[in-house]
Design a protein around this ligand. Structure first.
Ligand SMILES: [Zn+2]
Length: 99
């Protein structure tokens, strides 16, 4: 298969890496990002071991977007603009500055 930057792939023998994204190539190796790891894979191996992931598979395998920032992340109160925090239950805490 042709390996192009931006393409989503998986590694046939390293399925635990999940879905990676091809970041580029230097003509000898390709660079594929799996999560926060950037793997360098020789092109001859890449052609043998990397398998294209289709857009449909990608959509199915991607975790749903969270409704808002993760627990502990902050947002601003629409009333006073001060920081709000989100509890472990996923609910925003009431603004401590507004009645
Ligand atoms: Zn407020």
């Amino acid at each position: 298969m042709a390996i192009d930057a931006g393409q989503h792939v998986r590694h046939r023998s390293r399925l635990d890496w999940g879905i990676g994204k091809v970041e580029g190539s230097n003509g000898e190796s390709v660079f594929v990002r799996f999560g926060d790891q950037l793997k360098t894979i020789k092109i001859s191996f890449a052609e043998q071991f990397l398998e294209a992931v289709t857009a449909g598979e990608l959509a199915a395998g991607r975790p749903k977007e969270r409704a808002g920032p993760a627990v502990g992340r902050i947002a601003q109160c629409p009333e006073c603009g001060k920081d709000l925090t989100r509890g472990a239950d996923g609910e925003w805490r009431p603004c401590p500055h507004c009645p």
